[in-house]
Design a protein around this ligand. Structure first.
Ligand code: SAM
Ligand code: SF4
Length: 452
């Protein structure tokens, strides 16, 4: 055995899955998981640069690791992911004990660089390699006990949202071929995964490089793979959400009734300054079209508050849009200026305190909406894919509905992750539901959320 490894991960599902690929690559070299970072022979930080705070956490982690690195001459420390891409050599200038700095599209070179890192001369590779999308997909070390497996369908982003570092850190879009993706889905079904989630920063722009198939074709084909009960995909961009995708969602029962469609703002002026390519009216029309095709779909979104120059009236437009759409879930953030982005050069006259207040106001509104939405579900029965024990109550189980809502419930019969059961909701909070198992009803079958 070569030694032990630890991977610390920040950020989105994409990063989580990249870490699974890196773990697979390390285990392929003979490394075994360590009990903690200071105990490991190889420590990799898979980092997120989307907001300044996420970046700061990386440096805090490195500072904490410094004594262990000083005490262990053999330890290799690597910074991977988006902060590595953004800061490159700057990381080693600041903290020279970092041996390896690898951008997201260079992580396929990990085995080669690990061998070289031992000479302590320091390696920095931020090349946006072509075909990096193919790296590591054969040898993934998935997190144990999960019912859902991630599948990267595309890398990079061709959009130019003015606040965002992703196009700089992950490069141009590159899609994996349909056949390779279906092969992976079949393999995952064979390993017993009932659920897959297709990942891409702009997932609905996926296009098979060989056959020119679109995401709707991939979703339909994945729905035909025996053993796959649920298919999710994220993140969708409003401009690429075709009728074909909505039709596939309506026709294929395995495609979950959940769609993540970031809106970012309700103000036409702000959306233009963000270069999102749509205004609030266009987004609302899209939301209406989605619900026309799939009335039961749960719509989730991302919102940024306090974009440079956002006025009170513009923020009120965001609140109005949120009230109108009544999202099922929302991820909301205070705008964070990022290096070399267009927005970071704009004059920003909104005080930080006011930005935080706007975030709190928006989040309070969303909690209210979620509570109302969840309360309306009490008394209805859902098909739930069991994920394991409930986090709050060890004697209960937790699972998700097709709409991605968390349901906690007791069960007279012991259950295992991956079981599909019917649960009647009896209580609601803004973030989850509690319920009782319908023990008389046959489990399995239908995948639509509401059944009674
Ligand atoms: N590709 C997706 C999209 O188009 O929405 C997700 C990109 S990003 C990983 C996830 C979310 O982070 C974005 O939707 C946006 O709301 C937020 N975000 C991105 N850049 C930000 C910034 N500079 N400040 C605050 N939030 C940001
Ligand atoms: Fe960033 Fe916009 Fe690309 Fe999403 S679509 S990753 S927000 S640039």
């Amino acid at each position: 055995m070569t030694g032990t490894y630890w991977i610390e991960t920040w950020g989105c599902q994409m990063n989580e899955h990249d870490s699974e690929k890196m773990a697979g690559s390390l285990e392929g070299l003979g490394y075994a998981p360590a009990a903690s970072a200071p105990d490991a022979d190889v420590v990799l930080l898979n980092t997120c640069a989307i907001r300044e705070k996420a970046e700061e956490k990386v440096y805090q982690f490195l500072e904490k690791l410094r004594p262990a690195r000083a005490a262990n001459d053999g330890m290799i420390v690597g910074v991977c992911g988006c902060v590595a891409q953004l800061q490159g050599q700057g990381i080693r200038d600041r903290l020279p004990f970092v041996d390896l700095v690898l951008g997201p599209r260079a992580s396929g070179k990990l085995p080669e660089y690990l061998a070289r890192a031992k000479d302590r001369r320091g390696i920095v590779d931020t090349t946006l390699y072509q075909d990096s999308i193919l790296a590591g997909t054969e040898n993934v070390r998935r997190q144990p006990g999960r019912v859902k497996a991630y599948v990267t369908v595309m890398e990079g982003c061709n959009k130019t949202c003015t606040y965002c570092v992703v196009p700089a850190t992950r490069g141009r879009e590159e899609s994996r071929p349909l056949e390779a993706l279906l092969g992976e889905v079949r393999r995952l079904a064979g390993e017993g995964y009932p659920e897959v989630e297709f990942l891409g920063q702009n997932v609905n722009a996926w296009r098979c490089p060989a056959t020119k198939a679109h995401l709707g074709d991939l979703l339909r084909a994945a729905g035909r793979v025996a053993g796959i009960r649920r298919i999710r995909f994220t993140t969708s961009h409003p401009l690429h959400l075709s009728e074909d995708i909505l039709r596939a969602m309506a026709e294929v029962p395995e495609i979950c009734d959940a769609l993540h469609l970031p809106v970012q703002s309700g103000s036409a002026r702000v959306l233009k300054a963000m270069r999102r390519g749509y205004d609030a009216e266009k987004y609302l029309a899209k939301a209406e079209e989605i619900r026309k095709w799939n009335p039961g779909v749960a719509l989730s979104t991302d919102v940024i508050v306090g974009f440079p120059g956002e006025t009170e009236a513009e923020f009120a437009e965001t609140l109005a849009l949120v009230r109108h759409v009544r999202f099922d879930q929302m991820f909301s953030f205070v705008y964070s200026p990022r290096p070399n982005t267009v927005a970071s050069m704009l004059r920003d006259d909104v005080p930080a305190e006011r930005k935080s207040e706007r975030l709190a106001e928006l989040q309070a509104l969303q909690r209210e909406i979620q509570l109302e939405r969840h309360r309306a579900l009490v008394g209805r029965t859902f098909e739930v894919l069991v994920e394991g024990r409930s986090r709050r109550r060890e004697e209960e189980y937790a699972g998700r509905t097709t709409c991605n809502r968390m349901l906690n419930f007791p069960s007279a019969r012991p259950l295992a992750a991956g079981d599909v059961v019917r649960v009647k909701a009896t209580w609601a909070s803004p973030v989850s539901l509690r319920g009782e198992r319908d023990e008389r009803a046959a489990d399995g079958g239908e995948t639509r959320e509401a059944m009674a």
